[in-house]
Design a protein. Structure first.
Length: 263
């Protein structure tokens, strides 16, 4: 069995029967404990329903039992329920809910959940270009805009799992194609290390590119970088000029910087 070996007598008997290949006996031993609310038994019987061991395969029943065990905090069951939602196995597919369940289990150290989370991110990155091509065709938009929109979806977890590394990759590809708002977004992520390794110099360069396209908040961040000497040499004069110009363009970031300086 995949879950931890049970310590209670009935579960121990079920484990012994399972290890001996007597799946019907194992299923029979587990059922009363699972129905009585034992989370370990519920997780084990869910797996048997999923694999058709000792009973007819039934993904709906498997999802139900994993759900009952997950509600009690069983990490393996939470992991498997998340995977079921990701794949639409025994439940209506809901990648966002599935990823949240995987994240919950992974955050508490469940190794398989951590592996699955990584696999989801890798798969999303591998399929990013195809996803963008489909979005661009369906919405009749250019590639840069499609990358920007897809990046925003992965950044917010809107209709897809929230994957900062995929968001950063999408924003970068949009930025490389000259999309001003995407240049600001990849700059912020490089500045903060969000989904990508922090690189203040690269962040400053992208802020400047976005600012050169009239992005007011990017111009404000250029000013802040000059004031702080972050990613560039310090220059109060250049910083104040940039922040003043950004404020005139309606940048809330610029206004906040000036307010903070006035305190």
């Amino acid at each position: 069995m995949t879950a931890a070996a049970p310590a209670r007598a009935g579960l121990a008997e079920a484990q012994a029967a399972y290890n001996a290949g007597d799946f019907p006996a194992a299923f029979k031993e587990l059922t009363p404990a699972a129905e009585a609310g034992d989370a370990e038994a519920q997780a084990l019987i869910a797996g048997m329903y999923a694999r058709g061991q000792g009973t007819e395969a039934d993904l709906n029943a498997a999802a139900d039992w994993y759900g009952r065990a997950a509600d009690q905090g069983h990490l393996y069951a939470t992991t498997m329920l998340g995977w079921f939602y990701m794949r639409g196995m025994g439940v209506e597919q809901d990648a966002v809910k599935g990823y949240r369940l995987l994240s919950r289990a992974a955050a508490r150290g469940q190794p398989r959940a951590q592996e699955m989370k990584q696999a989801v991110a890798v798969k999303a990155l591998d399929g990013l270009d195809d996803l963008v091509a489909a979005e661009a065709k369906a919405q009749s938009i250019d590639e840069a805009t499609a990358y920007f929109r897809i990046g925003g979806s992965f950044a917010r977890g809107h209709g897809v799992p929230r994957l900062p590394e995929v968001a950063a990759a999408a924003f970068r590809r949009a930025a490389d194609r000259g999309h001003g708002a995407a240049q600001f977004e990849i700059a912020r992520r490089l500045d903060q290390g969000d989904g990508i390794e922090a690189d203040p110099k690269a962040a400053f360069a992208w802020y400047k590119k976005a600012a050169d396209q009239g992005h007011a908040d990017a111009l404000a961040m250029v000013g802040r970088a000059y004031l702080d000497g972050r990613g560039t040499g310090p220059s109060r004069g250049q910083g104040m000029v940039a922040i003043t110009r950004a404020k005139a363009l309606g940048s809330e970031i610029a206004q906040q910087i000036l307010d903070d300086m006035a305190k």
